[in-house]
Design a protein around this ligand. Structure first.
Ligand SMILES: Nc1ncnc2c1ncn2[C@@H]1O[C@H](COP(=O)(O)OP(=O)(O)O)[C@@H](O)[C@H]1O
Ligand SMILES: [Mg+2]
Length: 206
């Protein structure tokens, strides 16, 4: 499975989510590689600094859809950390063309909601017609949520009313995630492990 993390904006937890998803899949004994499609190379630098166990390569081009399929090891899952699409539309469109799922992270706040609604339009109007199936599996991923806050349910409702599929797993606001960049990652026991289960990747864990 190829999973792309993408949204219009920076700072919505694309890279954090990519780092944890890579580990949640790896910890289940599944093959997985990371692709950093952001010129800031945050995922690649995190992997280097922390010594990730899986390969992470940088691929910031508008030909990801033709290049990447030839680079995927047999049976490996792929997590692509996308750059903010507002600045790198061509790169993200290319990655979305071959993604099985595009996960669109957002916090349950007004500004992130507004931009996220536009992300779906970009993927559906500009990218989906370029795919072989003519459609893209787009799912919102609510993150940095506050336990029991009404905002989570409200934003979930707005997204659902706007025709979104919203992942039932939400990622809470946690210091563990905020402080994770540059450090080794253990995903077991976190919401990202539940997200991998929801995505249907791998078994019950090693
Ligand atoms: N679940 C979370 N709880 C708290 N802070 C988070 C969480 N996820 C991400 N962050 C923080 O939010 C900021 C943006 O995350 P990042 O993954 O770099 O976003 P992006 O790749 O979309 O630019 C970072 O400082 C990160 O540590
Ligand atoms: Mg990033």
């Amino acid at each position: 499975m190829i999973v792309l993390l993408a949204n219009l904006k920076p700072g919505v937890a694309k890279t954090t989510s990519a780092g944890y998803l890579l580990h949640a899949i790896h910890e289940r004994g599944e093959r997985v590689i990371g692709v950093d499609a952001d010129p800031s190379r945050s995922l690649e630098r995190w992997a280097d600094a922390a010594g990730f166990a899986m390969p992470v390569m940088s691929l910031v081009t508008t030909s990801i859809h033709t290049t990447l399929p030839q680079l995927i090891p047999d049976g490996a899952h792929v997590i692509i950390d996308g750059a903010q699409a507002e600045d790198h539309a061509g790169v993200i469109a290319s990655a979305a063309r071959i993604a099985d799922v595009v996960l669109v992270p957002l916090a349950p706040s007004g500004v992130e909601l507004e931009r996220t609604l536009l992300m779906k339009k970009f993927l559906e109007d500009d990218v989906a017609p370029l795919t072989s199936s003519g459609r893209i599996d787009i799912r919102a991923l609510l993150n940095r949520t506050i336990p029991n806050a009404t905002s989570t349910g409200e934003v979930r409702g707005v997204l659902t009313d706007a025709g979104w599929t919203v992942a039932s797993t939400t990622i809470p606001r946690r210091e563990e995630f905020a402080a994770s960049w540059g450090n080794p990652v253990t995903a077991r026991g976190t919401a990202y492990d539940a997200l991998v289960t929801e995505l249907g990747i791998g078994g019950r864990g090693a």
